[in-house]
Design a protein around this ligand. Structure first.
Ligand code: ZN
Ligand code: ZN
Length: 292
């Protein structure tokens, strides 16, 4: 199967413009408050993507109410990485075919740049195989987010501008403004979030250790796990995708899982699926070549 397909300008143009817009930091400068808000927007949306788009919508690793399900989808959608149904459909396909010729974003098959960002710039990638996500189609609110996947990122951008303008007015010493907050809280934080997420498709299939001899080339990578709230334990995850927890050892930091536990204490999520004890305790270490 030859994957590279027709160019989807509708995706490329805003993506490139958003990167270029980050250069506006040279014009608007920075302030502690704008950088802090940008970090907050980054981490909140990392959680939306990893806990909800990935562990919930793609793998059904825990249960929640319809309201929290929608709020999680909304938070994930504000990252500008497509709707939850599109995301889950492609991710389920990735697990079925990972690092095989049919995998739509494999660095092993198509190279780093393709797996990192070129793959979703094709018309083929922008379709959705609804047969693999039938479980979500019955929710009109999710289908709404799917049809209007640029709505949440746009509202976030407007909200950032309003926040910066308000803080700048009420607290002039803060050194911020509407434009500065828009650039940091929306543009810079979204671009950082893009590349952290994409790094799981590209870097976490190339760099790191392999505890489990999975059929793909997935890796466990501490640094990726830190910046993605636990997604860097990607070899663990490919070995046992149903688990709500991806860091299997106490030192495998998995912030999304810790936050999910807190949400479960509050009764907002429940039935967090565990990995079996023998999987958590597994110490099998095999070189990548042996598994390939
Ligand atoms: Zn993977
Ligand atoms: Zn997965």
């Amino acid at each position: 199967m030859s994957l590279p397909g027709r160019v989807e300008w509708r995706r490329i143009v805003p993506f490139v413009l958003l990167h270029a817009a980050c250069l506006l930091v040279l014009v608007v400068g920075w302030s502690w408050i704008a950088v802090g808000v940008a970090a907050g927007a980054y981490f909140a949306r990392v959680f939306g993507l990893t806990a909800f788009y990935h562990r919930y919508f793609s793998h059904r690793a825990f249960k929640t109410s319809r309201t929290v399900q929608f709020l999680g989808a909304l938070l994930g959608s504000s990252a500008g990485q497509g709707g939850p149904i599109w995301w889950a459909a492609h991710h389920r396909h990735h697990h079925r075919t990972s690092d095989q010729p049919e995998d739509i974003h494999s660095p092993v098959q198509q190279g780093f740049l393709w797996s990192h960002l070129l793959w979703f710039m094709t018309r083929e990638a922008n379709g959705t195989n609804y047969r693999v996500v039938k479980d979500w189609l019955k929710f009109p609110e999710l289908r709404f987010l799917e049809r209007h996947d640029s709505l949440a990122p746009t509202l976030l951008a407007i909200g950032m501008f309003a926040l910066g303008a308000t803080i700048g007015q009420l607290w002039p010493d803060s050194g911020t403004s509407g434009l500065q907050m828009l650039v940091w809280g929306s543009f810079v934080s979204s671009v950082a979030l893009y590349h952290a997420t994409f790094g799981i498709n590209s870097l976490a299939h190339q760099f790191g250790s392999r505890r489990f001899a999975t059929k793909d080339d997935s890796r466990n990578n501490f640094w990726l796990a830190l910046v993605t709230f636990g997604e860097g334990w990607h070899n663990n995850h490919h070995y046992y995708p149903a688990s709500a927890r991806q860091g299997f050892r106490w030192w495998e930091i998995d912030v999304s899982y810790y936050l999910l536990i807190v949400l479960s204490w509050l009764g907002l999520v429940w039935d967090l699926k565990p990995a079996p004890a023998h999987v958590l305790a597994s110490s099998v270490r095999r070189p990548a070549k042996e598994a390939a």
